[in-house]
Design a binder for this molecule. Structure first.
Ligand code: PLP
Length: 406
């Protein structure tokens, strides 16, 4: 069972510090629990040393902690081997790293990649940039009436030139959960690998990469109560042969002479230089925090109650909102909306005056904004420490803000 909300809130120094603030911008980044902050401080106080290189006990301890974190994270997403986990600085870095690898070793001229119109820019630009240079074409699946990727449309785009499908598990703008199970199953009948951008699902939904049979999966630590600057690329072992080092140097090798290098296997050959050791340790602590507090499914159940309540309150109390979800849409705790005839920035600015942090704008999904023919939205995104009382206060503040604007 999940601890009470009060207990959970007490574990977040930011929440305790800002008693009167309401933080509803969790899709952008989450707050960090005390155990994460302490894990970083403890590491620097007691262990601080470089990894994989020393024979002295501090270096050995640091290496052990780093690799133990890899094991914990592998277990968290049920990777079959820790070596399938490559540490990166976050989702954006992971997708860029994968794109560079695949464009160097896997794609050929006239190949095609399928994305969707609701992708975050981080899952469009790396494919767009290299795709143009290498004459690899992008295809985009549209969305259905429930604001999810339209699976039928996506299937209709698949042909013998399709070499990768790269889509998000959950839309960062709309919160809708995509039917990735069906998409992966379909892709594999044609031998096409699938990349899942799990940046917005990792903090809300249990993820089992073996059950999903997904080929690549990426996320950022800071979206799941861990520090910024750490993330990962999960890559099924089968694809490691395509993962050649781009950024090479210390830590990536088995043997070097002046003219030739024998590289280490994945993951080390992709983790060049001194890595973000404190970030890796902080990410492990964040996963420990989730496990100690009931596990991610318990978080989801609480957040789902909150989301349903928020949706009902928005629906019942306002006649001038356009809400970008439906009661049928499977969703995580994110709701995007607009107030008719008002700019989202104006609403967001007024809410800020009431101490409420929401995100406004295009949310790094300009193609989706263009598809929906809007400039932006007001996005409320909830986490495990949010409460019904906060939603009530938000509804009152939104009401006042709308009155003020009209
Ligand atoms: N993909 C999705 C779906 C996201 O929501 C985000 C961040 O909001 C990213 C990618 C990029 O994540 P990061 O900025 O941590 O690299």
């Amino acid at each position: 069972m999940i601890s009470t909300t009060h207990d959970i809130r007490q574990q977040f120094p930011f929440i305790v510090e800002h008693k009167n603030a309401i933080y509803f911008d969790n899709a952008a980044t989450t707050q960090k629990p005390q155990i994460v902050l302490e894990s970083i401080q403890n590491y620097y106080k007691r262990v601080n040393s470089n990894i994989h290189r020393g024979v002295h006990s501090f270096s050995i301890q640091a290496t052990e902690q780093y690799e133990e974190a890899r094991n914990t994270i592998a277990k968290f997403i049920n990777a079959s081997k820790p070596s399938e986990i490559v540490f990166t600085s976050g989702t954006t870095h992971s997708i860029n790293l994968l794109a560079e690898c695949l464009f160097n070793t896997y794609f050929h001229e006239n190949d095609e990649i399928i994305l969707s119109v609701l992708e975050h820019h981080s899952n469009i630009l790396p494919w767009q940039n290299r795709g143009k240079k290498n004459k690899v074409k992008l295809q985009f699946a549209t969305i259905n009436e429930n604001f999810q990727i339209d699976v039928q449309h996506l299937k209709s785009l698949v042909n013998e030139k399709t070499k990768l499908i790269a889509i998000s598990h959950v839309s960062n703008t709309l919160g809708s959960i995509n039917n990735i199970e069906e998409i992966i199953l379909f892709a594999h009948t044609y031998g096409i690998p699938v990349l899942i951008d799990a940046a917005q699902s990792i903090a809300h939904l249990p993820i089992d990469v073996q059950k999903l049979d997904v080929d690549f999966l990426v996320f950022s630590g800071h979206k799941i109560y861990a520090p910024t600057g750490i993330g990962l690329l999960y890559a099924k072992e089968k694809y490691h042969e395509y993962m050649v080092p781009l950024s090479s140097g210390g830590g990536t090798i088995i043997d070097v002479d002046l003219y030739n290098t024998q590289f280490a296997n994945v993951p080390l050959r992709l983790e060049a230089g001194t890595p973000n050791i404190e970030g890796v340790i902080g990410l492990k602590a964040a996963i420990d925090f989730i496990n100690k507090n009931g596990g991610i499914h318990q978080f989801y159940l609480w957040e789902e109650e909150l989301r349903k309540y928020l949706y009902q309150q928005l629906n019942e109390n306002f006649s001038d909102l356009i809400i970008y979800t439906t009661p049928q849409t499977p969703s995580v705790s994110v709701i995007s909306f607009n107030v008719k005839n008002e700019h989202p920035y104006d609403v967001g600015t007024l809410l800020n005056n009431y101490g409420i942090a929401v995100r406004t704008g295009h949310h790094c999904t300009q193609p989706l904004m263009k598809y929906l023919k809007i400039q932006g939205t007001i996005r409320v995104s909830l986490a495990v420490y949010n409460t019904f009382e906060e939603i009530d206060k938000f509804i009152i503040a939104l009401n006042k803000s709308i009155k003020m604007l009209s």
